[in-house]
Write a protein that binds this ligand. Structure first.
Ligand code: SDX
Length: 431
């Protein structure tokens, strides 16, 4: 980051501080408060980190006012249109678009790590059949550190690289196995002659009783959904991965922590919650009732798939996803999908309502994704696992960046303590 030579003056009581200001290559300047407690004996207070930069990064930049999302400088709409997921993985991991030979080598390395250790199958059989696939993924990914001991030493760059490739390669296999287990069908092994998205579709939907031919429309749509979810700067699950990694935890444990955080309905769980909301609304005539509920301060209901901490204009991923929804449903011959009709009308009516306009609430990445995934044949319980397998490359890229950062130290926030001050223990007979 560029040291501007400028400082921010902070004065209170007898204290006068000059805090350094740094300028990024894009986005707002930052004020370095690292010396604040040592020099002034005070903390800053920022629950939810609405105004706090937790790290330096060169991977992803979001301009929430412009609705811009860049991965290593490349805009998401161009990547979604012109690139494909494994190429975006290379870009996120190594910082540049690959040359043809580099891409071929990277795809071969990922392809050759897609199988899971055979003994890990036993983990799945320990779960109830109705276990949520996110519960299974959290458990099985964490358990990878019990099988892949030769890629858990975070101080060995080669082991970090192998762990990264293993997770990008194996998460689709684990997600597909979680789905197969939930529907009582046999696991389907990955195939090396299929591309990443086609492999995932086949592992989910093929059955031994007949051949499965991957529909190129579905495969392209699947790959695009992976790309749209790949990384998103310091969101809650990425920050979870970084915080877990800052203690020196092995990469599999860190990614398992990220999966657990992503599951929440305020975060990656919103795609499942959004489709369930659209299905509950059911018909466009019931939209006003739900918009009224979303505006009612006394009603905890929120429009799922709407709003975003950073985007205060449109979410560029939602724009691509909406276009893809139209294309995929049209190509699949899913005429007049009622859920899509409700989604489009809901977006229209919400954006015309001053409540949403004033609070700058727009559809986010989760608003349309579920409609496409449902049309592709996935149950709602698989929506967040698909988000998780897509985001694995983002989590890993951010984790690798942190581990390699010489400034890296364990994350340990402070607090504004509002509890009891010192008091002596009272024996039970005296209480
Ligand atoms: C993801 O961070 C990321 O980058 C995440 C993500 C990624 O790729 O990693 O983009 C993925 O998580 C997308 C977001 C998915 N979540 C949802 O769609 C759930 C519904 N949305 C919200 O819960 C909410 O908008 C958040 C959690 C996404 C953002 O919440 P903030 O930034 O903390 O904003 P807030 O809760 O302070 O809301 C500001 C105001 C509040 O009203 P006031 O108290 O100021 O009167 O807007 C209101 C909120 O009540 N509001 C909503 C709303 N979202 C915010 N009101 C109705 N419906 C909504 N969806």
């Amino acid at each position: 980051m560029a040291d501007t030579g400028k400082t921010a003056k902070l004065s209170f009581g007898d204290t006068e501080l000059d805090l350094p200001i740094y300028s990024p290559t894009a986005g707002p300047d930052v004020i370095d408060i690292r010396r604040l407690y040592a020099d002034a004996g005070v903390f800053t207070y920022d629950p939810g980190f609405t105004s706090t930069a937790s790290c330096d990064s060169t991977i992803t930049f979001i301009d929430g006012n412009k609705g811009e999302l860049l991965h290593r400088g490349y805009p998401i709409d161009q990547l979604a249109e012109k690139s494909h997921f494994l190429e975006v993985c290379f870009l996120l991991l190594y910082g540049e678009l690959p040359k043809a030979a580099e891409l071929e080598d990277f795809e071969a390395r990922v392809t050759n790590h897609t199988m899971l250790h055979e003994q890990m199958m036993n983990f799945f059989r320990g779960f109830r059949r109705d276990a949520h696939p996110m519960a299974i993924m959290t458990g099985v990914v964490g358990a990878m550190s019990a099988f892949y001991h030769d890629s858990t030493d975070i101080n060995d760059p080669w082991q970090r690289e192998v762990a990264s490739i293993r997770m990008i390669a194996k998460l689709p296999t684990i997600a597909a196995m979680a789905y197969k287990y939930s529907v009582g069908q046999p696991f389907v092994y990955p195939r090396n002659d299929l591309d990443y998205a086609s492999n995932f579709l086949r592992m989910c939907f093929a059955v031994p009783a007949e051949d499965y031919i991957v529909d190129p429309i579905l495969s392209r749509a699947m790959d695009r959904i992976f790309t749209l979810h790949a990384d998103h700067e310091q969101n809650a699950s990425t920050s979870t991965v970084r915080l877990a990694g800052s203690s020196g935890a092995n990469p599999f444990a860190c990614i398992a922590a990220g999966i657990a955080c992503l599951w929440g309905p305020a975060h990656g769980g919103a795609n499942q919650a959004c489709l369930e909301m659209l299905q509950e609304i059911g018909t466009v005539d019931r939209i006003p009732e739900y918009i009224a509920r979303a505006k009612d301060k006394d009603d905890p209901f929120r429009l799922m798939g709407f709003g975003h901490r950073v985007y205060k204009n449109f979410d560029p991923r939602a724009t691509v996803m909406k276009k893809s929804a139209d294309e995929v449903l049209d190509l699949l011959g899913v005429e007049n999908n009622p859920t899509l009709q409700v989604a489009k009308e809901l977006e229209k009516e919400a954006l015309a309502d001053p409540y949403f306009a004033d609070k700058k609430l727009f559809p986010n990445v989760d608003f349309y994704s579920g409609i496409i995934l449902e049309a592709m044949g996935f149950p709602t319980s698989m929506f967040t696992p698909i988000f998780a397998l897509s985001r694995t490359v983002g989590w890993i890229s951010q984790w690798k960046e942190m581990i390699a950062d010489p400034q890296n130290k364990i994350g340990r926030p402070r607090q504004l303590y509002q509890g009891e001050t010192f008091r002596d223990y009272v024996d039970v007979e005296d209480r």
